[in-house]
Write a new protein. Structure first.
Length: 312
């Protein structure tokens, strides 16, 4: 049963989450890439192997992945702020749109999407970004000024909405947007780290609101966020991320990023498989419901025939 297996007292589950946090935290620090897109599929595997029901499996994995960004973004912002790599004017101009887009998705659309469609969207989106990483093309740069307040709000809302669907911090979208507006790449990366916090906070508030009813059914869930797993993951990821960052100048990071992209493609394939399985389950459930409806209708006809025969 999910209620007993997915427990904070399960030693196998504890060790698995601690090891996952250490590995993803180290990779994030080493490669300068948020772990959201790689974390969600692995959490889905881990939650599924410990009995989490399929209808909330992908949602819980994505929401818990996003919740980790609340913590990792803080440590990242501190480092970038010390190096004066955050352009706060962009943060304040984009934050309202990011919050609105993330809240709308986390508080409404996220819960309305069936597991199959959510897993399919995640799979396609992660595969697309993995292919971009494999091509290793630097973001395009021009001197086009940042758009006005309305356009910036719209861009922020779009980025926040997409991030809320895949459980990521948004650097894959915000960095190219800023560099195309003439922001130097190191400042764009630092600013995107600061943008990750409002995205994660608004999304998590939405996940908690839209999935609040789950807490009374499944222990450990606050909305769609599995909080014991979140705490265990953060304990090790915040320790290993600085280690990875220190090693980034000693290892062939470009080659490692290509390997990381291959891992993302593998995980995207897994989530695609999850989508296929969910679609099959939906089709089977629909067929069973139709058969039950037909049998019920047939039973009603038979009873009417009996009544007619008795009256005659």
């Amino acid at each position: 049963m999910f209620e007993s297996i997915l427990s904070v007292l399960d030693p196998v589950f504890i060790v698995s989450l601690l090891a996952l946090g250490a590995a993803v935290g180290y990779a994030a620090g080493l490669l300068g890439i948020g772990g959201g897109m790689v974390l969600a599929p692995i959490l889905a595997m881990l939650f599924g192997s410990h009995g989490m029901p399929p209808d909330i499996l992908v949602h819980a994995a994505i929401a818990t992945s996003m919740a980790t960004i609340l913590f990792t973004s803080i440590s990242s912002v501190r480092a970038h702020r010390a190096n004066h790599n955050i352009q706060w004017s962009i943060v304040w101009s984009m934050a309202p749109g990011l919050v609105v887009g993330s809240l709308l998705v986390g508080g409404a659309l996220f819960a309305l999407l069936k597991t199959a469609w959510l897993a399919l969207f995640f799979s396609v989106f992660v595969a697309y970004n993995a292919i971009k990483m494999l091509k290793a093309r630097p973001p395009g740069v021009d001197n086009t000024p940042m758009p006005g307040p309305v356009a910036t709000f719209g861009v922020g809302a779009g980025i926040g909405a997409l991030c809320g669907l895949v459980g990521a911090g948004g650097a894959f979208l915000s960095v190219p947007f800023m560099t195309r507006s003439g922001v130097p790449i190191h400042r764009a990366i630092g600013t995107s780290a600061a943008l990750g916090f409002p995205i994660a906070l608004a999304s998590c508030l939405g996940y908690i609101y839209s999935g609040w009813h789950l807490g009374s059914v499944y222990p450990g869930l606050i909305g769609y966020i599995y909080w014991p797993g979140l705490l265990l993951f953060v304990c090790t990821s915040m320790l290993t991320a600085p280690m990875g960052a220190r090693m980034s100048s000693r290892l062939p990071v470009r080659t490692l990023k290509r390997l990381f992209a291959c891992l993302l493609l593998t995980l995207a394939t897994y989530m695609g498989w999850q989508a296929v399985q969910a679609f099959k389950l939906q089709a089977t459930s629909g067929a069973v419901s139709m058969n039950e409806a037909r049998q019920a209708a047939g039973g009603a006809v038979s009873m009417n025939d009996v009544r007619s025969a008795s009256l005659s």
